[in-house]
Design a protein around this ligand. Structure first.
Ligand SMILES: C[S@@+](CC[C@H](N)C(=O)[O-])C[C@H]1O[C@@H](n2cnc3c(N)ncnc32)[C@H](O)[C@@H]1O
Length: 279
């Protein structure tokens, strides 16, 4: 497949890189930020605490982590909501396809914009990131992104590696674990999405939790693929539906409307056993 940067749109540099195929479909994009608002992160942390209250240690696999923003947001909320008990979920195993993103994340580098900084101040976590005056501010799509270093204490809570969920889903055992792959399904073909869902189901158990993002509902077949392959959706107030849709088309976007109800949380449980969680 020929991959090129679309000459008609300003390409994000670094963490906001977007690449297109010759037909103008987005092949991949690393867009992310702290506290992505499709999730209520505090409620999500509380949900994890309750779902895994009897487990001593719980592995969180966060695929498609980009610069680590989702992973750090989750750590900060686990710490706030659970106190010392947060430790049983740490370190989060975060990974991404992109070697460049993981290299920067491993070095503790992250670019934050004013909304990220407002959020950190609001939750009292501004001390977990330190401005890196050795690097230049980046302007991406007209927005200033400031270079920061993640504090050693927070950086230790996330292990970063390069992984492709298409391969990992067929090889790893996710029994009783959390699998988060958010806002990245659409950069995989519908056929690959189906295989990922099938493999996750095969390698999961009743306590496994699978989490996707709002843009996966807008632009991919993730919710249908997971339910078609055996997962049941979990109704909860964790999903806020606050993100706005954006105009672009990607390689893994279905041409037809979803067949199954759209959820962002899933478990390996038959529908008649399904429970409704309220937080
Ligand atoms: C739009 S970003 C979303 C980042 C973050 N999860 C979030 O929700 O903000 C999608 C990320 O998924 C990654 N990705 C896409 N396909 C992947 C795959 N098959 N395996 C692992 N990562 C993948 C991309 O490299 C990109 O960094």
């Amino acid at each position: 497949m020929k991959v090129l940067i679309n000459p008609y749109r300003p390409a994000f540099s670094s963490t906001r890189m977007r690449s297109y195929d010759a037909d103008g479909n987005v092949v991949n994009c690393n867009y992310t930020n702290l506290n992505r608002e499709d999730l209520d992160w505090a409620k999500f942390a509380g949900f994890l605490a309750s779902r895994y209250k009897n487990e001593k240690n719980v592995k969180i696999n966060l695929f498609g982590c980009s610069d680590g923003s989702d992973a750090y947001t989750l750590v900060l909320n686990l710490r706030r909501e659970l106190g010392p008990e947060a430790q049983k979920f740490l370190p989060i195993e975060a990974s991404d396809l992109s070697f460049e993103m993981i290299k920067e994340a491993n070095e503790g580098k992250i670019y934050l914009h004013s909304k990220d900084l407002d959020y950190l101040r609001k939750i009292g976590a501004d001390g977990d990131f330190e401005r890196d005056y050795g690097e230049k501010t980046k302007i991406m799509r007209g927005i200033e992104f400031f270079p920061y270093k993640v504090s050693p204490k927070l950086r230790k809570c996330v292990d970063f590696s390069v992984k492709d969920i298409r391969k990992a889903s067929s090889e790893d055992d996710f029994s009783n674990q959390v699998v988060i792959f958010r806002n990245g399904w659409t950069f995989n073909t519908l056929n690959d999405q189906d295989k990922i869902a099938k493999n996750l189901f095969k390698n999961s158990s009743e306590k496994t939790l699978v989490v996707i993002g709002q843009s996966d509902l807008f632009k991919s077949g993730a919710s249908d693929a997971l339910q078609r392959n055996g997962f049941s959706g979990i109704k909860s107030e964790i999903f806020t539906a606050k993100e706005t849709n954006y105009p672009s088309k990607s390689i893994g976007q279905p041409l037809t409307k979803p067949v199954y109800p759209e959820f962002i949380l899933f478990e390996n449980r038959r529908p008649h056993e399904q429970r409704i969680y309220c937080y």
